[in-house]
Design a protein around this ligand. Structure first.
Ligand SMILES: [Zn+2]
Length: 123
Protein backbone atom coordinates (compact mmCIF):
# COMPACT_ATOMS: atom_id res chain seq x y z
CA UNK A 1 0.00 0.00 0.00
CA UNK A 2 1.06 3.51 -0.74
CA UNK A 3 1.64 5.93 2.11
CA UNK A 4 -1.37 8.17 2.72
CA UNK A 5 0.82 11.21 2.29
CA UNK A 6 0.91 10.50 -1.41
CA UNK A 7 -2.43 11.97 -2.32
CA UNK A 8 -2.57 11.68 -6.07
CA UNK A 9 -2.77 7.91 -6.21
CA UNK A 10 -5.06 8.05 -9.24
CA UNK A 11 -2.23 9.50 -11.31
CA UNK A 12 0.18 6.87 -9.99
CA UNK A 13 -2.29 4.09 -10.75
CA UNK A 14 -2.70 5.41 -14.27
CA UNK A 15 1.06 5.49 -14.82
CA UNK A 16 1.48 1.98 -13.42
CA UNK A 17 -1.28 0.84 -15.76
CA UNK A 18 0.68 2.10 -18.78
CA UNK A 19 3.84 0.36 -17.60
CA UNK A 20 1.86 -2.84 -17.06
CA UNK A 21 0.71 -2.72 -20.66
CA UNK A 22 4.29 -2.26 -21.80
CA UNK A 23 5.63 -5.24 -19.84
CA UNK A 24 5.25 -7.29 -22.98
CA UNK A 25 7.92 -7.47 -25.73
CA UNK A 26 5.36 -8.05 -28.51
CA UNK A 27 3.38 -4.96 -27.55
CA UNK A 28 6.52 -2.82 -27.53
CA UNK A 29 7.46 -4.23 -30.94
CA UNK A 30 3.99 -3.47 -32.32
CA UNK A 31 4.07 0.09 -30.99
CA UNK A 32 7.52 0.60 -32.51
CA UNK A 33 6.15 -0.46 -35.90
CA UNK A 34 3.32 2.06 -35.55
CA UNK A 35 5.79 4.93 -35.12
CA UNK A 36 5.48 5.95 -38.75
CA UNK A 37 1.69 5.86 -38.76
CA UNK A 38 -1.12 3.36 -39.08
CA UNK A 39 -0.59 -0.23 -40.19
CA UNK A 40 -2.76 -3.28 -40.73
CA UNK A 41 -2.35 -6.62 -38.96
CA UNK A 42 -0.80 -8.19 -42.07
CA UNK A 43 1.98 -5.57 -42.02
CA UNK A 44 2.68 -6.25 -38.35
CA UNK A 45 2.62 -9.97 -39.09
CA UNK A 46 5.12 -9.60 -41.94
CA UNK A 47 7.57 -7.55 -39.88
CA UNK A 48 7.25 -9.33 -36.54
CA UNK A 49 6.82 -12.91 -37.68
CA UNK A 50 4.18 -13.61 -35.04
CA UNK A 51 0.96 -15.38 -35.94
CA UNK A 52 -1.88 -13.04 -36.88
CA UNK A 53 -4.08 -14.33 -34.05
CA UNK A 54 -1.35 -13.53 -31.54
CA UNK A 55 -0.89 -10.01 -32.91
CA UNK A 56 -4.66 -9.45 -32.92
CA UNK A 57 -4.77 -10.51 -29.29
CA UNK A 58 -2.10 -7.96 -28.32
CA UNK A 59 -3.77 -5.26 -30.43
CA UNK A 60 -7.07 -5.91 -28.65
CA UNK A 61 -5.45 -5.48 -25.23
CA UNK A 62 -3.83 -2.19 -26.26
CA UNK A 63 -7.01 -0.96 -27.92
CA UNK A 64 -9.09 -1.66 -24.83
CA UNK A 65 -6.52 0.25 -22.78
CA UNK A 66 -6.81 3.23 -25.12
CA UNK A 67 -3.18 3.08 -26.29
CA UNK A 68 -4.07 2.38 -29.91
CA UNK A 69 -7.15 2.80 -32.05
CA UNK A 70 -8.35 1.14 -35.22
CA UNK A 71 -9.90 2.32 -38.45
CA UNK A 72 -11.68 0.10 -40.94
CA UNK A 73 -11.03 0.67 -44.62
CA UNK A 74 -12.73 -1.90 -46.84
CA UNK A 75 -11.33 -5.33 -45.94
CA UNK A 76 -8.51 -3.91 -43.85
CA UNK A 77 -8.35 -2.63 -40.30
CA UNK A 78 -5.55 -0.18 -39.63
CA UNK A 79 -4.09 0.46 -36.19
CA UNK A 80 -2.31 3.54 -34.90
CA UNK A 81 -1.07 4.94 -31.61
CA UNK A 82 -3.67 7.23 -30.02
CA UNK A 83 -1.11 9.45 -28.29
CA UNK A 84 2.34 9.74 -29.91
CA UNK A 85 3.78 10.70 -26.51
CA UNK A 86 3.94 6.95 -25.79
CA UNK A 87 7.07 7.08 -27.97
CA UNK A 88 8.79 9.36 -25.48
CA UNK A 89 8.40 6.47 -23.03
CA UNK A 90 9.71 3.91 -25.55
CA UNK A 91 12.61 6.20 -26.52
CA UNK A 92 13.46 6.63 -22.85
CA UNK A 93 13.56 2.89 -22.19
CA UNK A 94 15.77 2.36 -25.24
CA UNK A 95 18.18 4.97 -23.90
CA UNK A 96 17.94 3.48 -20.44
CA UNK A 97 18.83 -0.02 -21.60
CA UNK A 98 21.28 1.31 -24.19
CA UNK A 99 19.99 -1.22 -26.71
CA UNK A 100 18.02 0.30 -29.56
CA UNK A 101 15.59 -1.99 -31.37
CA UNK A 102 15.72 -2.66 -35.11
CA UNK A 103 13.94 -0.10 -37.24
CA UNK A 104 11.51 -1.35 -39.93
CA UNK A 105 13.85 0.03 -42.62
CA UNK A 106 16.67 -2.18 -41.34
CA UNK A 107 14.60 -5.32 -41.74
CA UNK A 108 14.32 -7.04 -45.09
CA UNK A 109 10.67 -8.00 -45.40
CA UNK A 110 8.30 -8.68 -48.25
CA UNK A 111 4.96 -7.21 -47.26
CA UNK A 112 1.88 -7.01 -49.45
CA UNK A 113 -0.23 -4.81 -47.20
CA UNK A 114 -2.05 -1.87 -48.86
CA UNK A 115 0.52 0.68 -47.63
CA UNK A 116 3.59 -1.29 -48.75
CA UNK A 117 1.98 -2.16 -52.10
CA UNK A 118 1.18 1.52 -52.72
CA UNK A 119 4.76 2.47 -51.85
CA UNK A 120 6.12 -0.17 -54.24
CA UNK A 121 3.92 1.03 -57.09
CA UNK A 122 5.00 4.63 -56.59
CA UNK A 123 8.64 3.64 -57.00
ZN1 LIG B 1 3.23 -3.61 -45.20
Amino acid sequence: MLDERIRNTAALDEQAQVFKLLTHPARIAILNLLRDGEHCVCHLEAYLGFRQSYISQQLAVMREAGIIQDRRDGWNIFYRAVNPKIYAVLDAIQEFTGRPVDQPNDIDVICNCPHCSAKKNNG
